[in-house]
Design a binder for this molecule. Structure first.
Ligand SMILES: [Zn+2]
Length: 327
């Protein structure tokens, strides 16, 4: 392989993924391991380094020029620190960028994982070269990012805007963010599972009873979506409720940002066909102040690898910029 080789890392609450990329955008190898969050931060960092070493040894480390990291937030991108006691217990003020730079003697950068997934879809996915692109990732939570002219939009002090935590219904349930009825607590995969769990006693004939074999804690969003496709009344009700809340959040996003395109990813959006009728109806109804019906809404293309692509592209952007600074 000629040309720069970089590694993109995606750090989540459950998995660490690493991908080795050529600067042309080709993905040459992926490694995955469990995130040992319950053990120690040091063990987690060593696991990350081990994945980098495995990948580079397999493909030849001579041309490795940088490492980009997308991590579940909050993070401090400017200081290169993970600040996330919410989904990475113990990971508070962890200087992961300095640690990896010292370990590998390479440029390293850190960004929010939703931003990296969005940048990945811009670089090689569904939103290639779209000037104003929003990407919404619906899984355990709702991650949202905006890409303007190929760059991540950042707020004051470089902070990632938390659109997933904007309030839809102030009388709604309490979120860990401190707000009641934010988008994530009403329309994420966690919200779908929680609502199904809450309503199950009122639907004794729901097929979710047999799907969970009595272990109600096993209910998850994918199971509810599958049951809704079989017209299970409880599942249909839960998906309708989540669909309405999800659509309201999308309309708000369109009103704030008026993107050309919104790309929808994450495990819940594997059932996008269930949500599209609500999205189309809500957007048509709210198409007043901005050309909402002209915003293209399409599924993501890169799946679980979107964050790896974005992390790789982000470090390539940084390397390119520093090359210009040197010239
Ligand atoms: Zn919230």
């Amino acid at each position: 392989m000629s040309g720069p080789i970089v590694i993109g890392l995606d750090l989540g609450g459950t998995f660490i993924r690493a991908g080795l990329f050529h600067s042309s955008g080709e993905l040459h190898g992926v490694r995955q391991a469990y995130m040992p969050t319950r053990e120690s931060v040091q063990k987690g960092l060593e696991q990350i380094a081990a994945l980098v070493i495995e990948l580079t040894q397999e493909h030849g480390s001579a041309h490795l020029t940088g490492i980009g990291i997308g991590a579940t937030g909050p993070i401090d991108a400017r200081r290169g620190c993970i600040q996330n006691p919410f989904t990475l217990p113990g990971w508070e003020d962890v200087p992961i960028v300095d640690w990896l730079q010292d370990r590998f003697d390479l440029p390293v950068l850190l960004e929010n994982d939703a931003d990296m997934a969005a940048l990945g879809e811009y670089w090689q996915g569904a939103g290639m070269d779209v000037t104003r692109l929003a990407v919404v990732t619906v899984g355990t939570g709702i991650g949202t990012a905006c890409i303007l002219d190929g760059k991540i939009y950042r707020g004051l002090e470089g902070v990632h805007p938390e659109i997933g935590h904007h309030v839809i219904d102030p009388s709604g349930p309490l979120c860990y963010c401190g707000a009641k009825g934010c988008w994530e607590v009403l329309a994420s995969g966690t919200a779908i599972a929680r609502t199904a769990h809450e309503l199950l006693q009122a639907y004794p004939s729901s097929i979710l009873w047999s799907k969970t074999a009595g272990g109600l804690e096993q209910i998850h969003a994918h199971m509810v979506a599958e049951a809704a496709k079989e017209d299970d009344p409880l599942a249909v009700r839960v998906i309708e409720q989540a669909g309405r809340y999800f659509s309201l959040g999308l309309v708000n996003l369109i009103n704030f940002f008026v993107p050309e395109m919104i790309v929808l990813g994450g495990s819940v959006m594997n059932s996008l066909s269930l949500f599209m009728p609500f999205i189309e109806r809500t957007i048509t109804r709210h198409n007043v102040m901005v050309p909402a019906t002209r915003v293209r809404i399409i599924p993501a293309k890169l799946g679980i690898h979107a964050g790896l692509y974005g992390a790789a592209f982000c470090i390539l952007q940084k390397l390119e910029m520093s090359r210009y600074e040197l010239d």
